[in-house]
Write a protein that binds this ligand. Structure first.
Ligand code: ATP
Ligand code: MG
Length: 366
């Protein structure tokens, strides 16, 4: 790495350390970000400091954790705020096209280039370019991006002209870049240049304190957008399940689920029965443990009525029906927990010994 590049990195990092002495409430600076958890307070504090520097930022986080939202908030707080913020999804655009989208092209540069076109780096002049899914960028384009970062210049496709690039770059990815470097699909030197200011966005399951406020936030928005005369709200059981759910698709998934629920509901209370099946799957992991029995109880109540038909005219064998009913749930619990008796017993609201006795009686899985 050049001496200039190293100096820039050191200066950006120094600023972050210095400013940590004057800590203000970060939430007031980010009206677009709904958060209550200490983890997000820390993230936002860091973002506010990063906004005052000019270094490249690399946002790491699972899909749907809010990488683009944070990138645009960072831009809004920076001295570049009055200039464009341009977001590009590097995985959505084919390689050749991405090059001309980023750097522009001259007339006749390739088939179909019937006129000159300015690229995003030109359009975003003095602003910010957000490169989402940077891990999917080809090695060829990575080399060109490195030049932008190191020399602050670029050339449009089909031209030798050297143009100045006055943009801040924020990149984001949900792939493991260190692994990609080992596999030689990501350049180490580019990683160092982007990694000047790294920011980890925790998944929602690691900031459970945010789930409730996000649920209310998106519920309110969906009620407004879909003009509900009677607004929708969640029953206490539904709320318990949603709070305990691990949200593998993070905030995007939460937002989509709430929107779907509100669209299909006339208005009024959304009950546990109405939640999508995906929310009723309990994942492994310590966090939900203490409240888990409550969740399973809510889950049972969510399924119970669906299992009942009306009494047939010819009548039933109640003992047999009850046994079938019990068997189905026991089997489902064993399947879902991959035959873990402790967890299955918990799922069924039984203690382990009772479950094992019933399994023996029915000659199931023992
Ligand atoms: N803390 C938050 N408060 C309010 N809305 C949020 C928050 N975090 C994310 N969102 C919203 O959730 C949705 C997903 O966020 P965003 O697109 O920024 O995530 P992402 O990490 O870029 O996702 P992907 O990996 O799928 O590209 C957006 O509609 C965004 O506005
Ligand atoms: Mg994104």
């Amino acid at each position: 790495m050049s001496i200039d590049a190293t100096k820039e990195i050191l200066e950006a990092r120094k600023l972050l350390l210095q400013e940590s002495k004057t800590e203000e409430d970060p939430l007031s600076l980010f009206p677009e970000v709904v958060a209550q958890s200490p983890q997000m307070h820390q993230v936002l504090q860091l973002v506010a400091k990063m906004a005052k520097t000019n270094g490249s930022v690399l946002i790491l986080g699972e899909s749907g954790t809010g990488k683009e939202l944070i990138a645009s908030a960072l831009h809004r707080l920076s001295h570049r705020a009055h200039h464009p913020f341009i977001a590009i999804n590097c995985s959505a655009i084919p390689d050749e096209l991405l090059e001309s989208e980023l750097f522009g092209h001259v007339k006749g540069a390739f088939t179909g280039a019937d006129r000159q076109r300015e690229g995003y780096f030109g359009t975003a002049n003095q602003g910010t370019v957000f490169l989402d899914e940077i891990g999917d960028m080809s090695l060829r384009l990575q080399a060109k991006l490195l030049r932008v970062l190191q020399e602050k210049t670029y050339s449009p496709v089909g031209s030798n002209r050297v143009l100045d690039a006055d943009v801040r770059i924020i990149a984001a990815t949900n792939v493991d870049l260190e692994k990609a470097i080992k596999e030689q699909s990501f350049r180490l030197d580019l990683y160092y240049r982007l990694h000047v200011l790294p920011l980890n966005l925790p998944p929602l399951r690691e900031r459970a304190g945010d789930i409730e406020c996000l649920l209310y936030h998106f519920l309110e928005i969906a009620n407004q957008v879909h003009r509900k005369e009677v607004p929708c709200w969640f029953s206490p059981d539904a709320m318990t399940i949603l709070r305990q759910y691990e949200w593998p698709g993070n905030i995007r998934q939460l937002q989509n689920i709430i929107e779907r629920l509100v669209i299909v509901k006339e208005g009024g209370e959304i009950t546990a029965q109405e939640l999508p099946a995906e929310c009723l799957v309990v994942q492994e992991g310590g966090r939900a443990h203490s409240a888990a029995p409550k969740v399973f109880a809510a889950m049972r109540s969510a399924h119970y009525p669906k299992e009942f038909g009306s009494l047939p005219i010819e009548g039933i064998n109640l003992t047999q029906v009850m046994e079938d009913f019990e068997n189905r749930y026991i089997l489902e619990a064993l399947e879902r927990t991959q035959n873990n008796k402790n967890q299955a017993a918990r799922l069924l609201g039984l203690n382990r010994t009772t479950l094992v006795e019933r399994l023996k009686k029915r000659k199931i899985g023992v």
